[in-house]
Ligand binder design. Structure first.
Ligand code: BV8
Ligand code: ZN
Length: 262
């Protein structure tokens, strides 16, 4: 009687378990899909993407900021408020647990703090953070409370204009701590991410469409440096062909199953 090894829906593909067990240096590259199961909209998923109401160049760009800083500021503060109301999901928690017993570096495109709130240390936020606004003139970090986004306790709308605060030091406009299209990535974060990928045995690419460069180039860097590349994403992406293994599952389903095997 031969047993057919049916791929049950809750099994981790064996080559991925083997690669994770054999790896001593792991890098987890994450995108918006990592936070999708926390209720945070992704950018490009059609029905829920954040961009569906807006055009990226209008909101995530220096031109958009100069054209309408109240709209851009309101949108980023609305997103910050949504993140505050959301919780890390089982995927964030699984990576945090994995970090407890293995060398796991996280490089994320996400500007939310859900990895941190799950207990992870994050090596690099390559596109900045919702929670690190700074002065567009003198660069000083701004400390913000939430009063600007809560209209007597009610969250503002995504397209509500909110005037950005003035810098207490120089009077310039405080801007979102995000990296916009056409802006270079924070030097230190980018270098850390690239070096970690170059030194990794295993690179997991979780929840990214692989569209935005230079981050989207990291799976190719990993591959050419000899790492095993594993993609965790329900659908095919621009970087799927860089992956040795493609696991068509979600972050909050796949990562806990994998970490439970390690
Ligand atoms: C730079 C701001 C140069 C923060 C963002 C032509 C060709 C190639 C490149 C370019 C080009 N023209 C211009 C460029 C460069 C440009 C670029 O790549 N453009 C693209 C659009 C073509 N890049 C830049 O401008 C970068 N800077 O290159 O600087 C330079 C160099 C030196 C000196 C000066 C300048 C800056 C890029 C940063 C842009 N900022 N956002 C914010 O608002 O959040 S990008 C934006 O997209 C977000 O940051 C986001 O992180 C990023 C990537 O999106 P994803 O995370 O992948 O999310 P997406 O929705 O796309 O996909 C979600 C995925 O999750 C899907 O695959 C889905 O299937 C999956 N998923 C869904 N649910 C789940 C799931 N997966 C798992 N589990 C689930 N449950
Ligand atoms: Zn200033």
């Amino acid at each position: 009687m031969t047993h057919s090894h049916e791929q049950t829906v809750d099994a981790v593909p064996q080559p991925i378990v083997d690669a994770a067990r054999a790896a001593s240096r792991i890098v987890v590259l994450t995108g918006a899909g990592m936070s999708a199961e926390s209720g945070i909209a992704t950018f490009r998923d059609a029905r829920t993407g954040l961009w569906q109401d807006f055009d990226p160049k209008d909101l995530a760009s220096p031109e958009g900021w100069l054209a309408d800083s109240d709209l851009v500021w309101g949108w980023y503060r609305w997103r910050a408020a949504l993140v505050r109301r959301s919780e890390p999901n089982a995927g964030h928690r699984a990576v945090a647990q994995w970090q407890q017993h293995a060398q796991v570096d996280i490089a994320t495109q996400n500007v939310d703090d859900l990895h941190e709130r799950a207990g992870s240390t994050v090596l690099a936020h390559v596109h900045g953070s919702l929670f690190e606004p700074y002065c567009s003139e003198c660069g000083v970090r701004a400390e913000l409370d939430d009063t600007d986004i809560l209209d007597d306790g009610i969250l503002i709308d995504a397209d509500q204009r909110v005037p950005p605060p003035d810098c207490p030091r120089c009077g310039g406009l405080i801007r979102p701590g995000a990296v916009w299209f056409g802006e270079s990535l924070p030097e230190q974060a980018w270098e850390a991410a690239e070096n970690a990928v170059r030194a990794a045995d295993l690179v997991l690419v979780v929840g990214t469409s692989g569209v935005v460069y230079p981050f989207a180039g990291l799976p190719a860097v990993a591959r050419s440096a000899g790492a095993t590349v594993v993609e965790i994403n329900p659908v095919e992406t621009e970087v799927s062909d860089m992956a040795d293994h493609r696991w068509r599952t979600t972050a909050a389903v796949g990562l806990p199953l994998l970490v439970a095997q390690l």
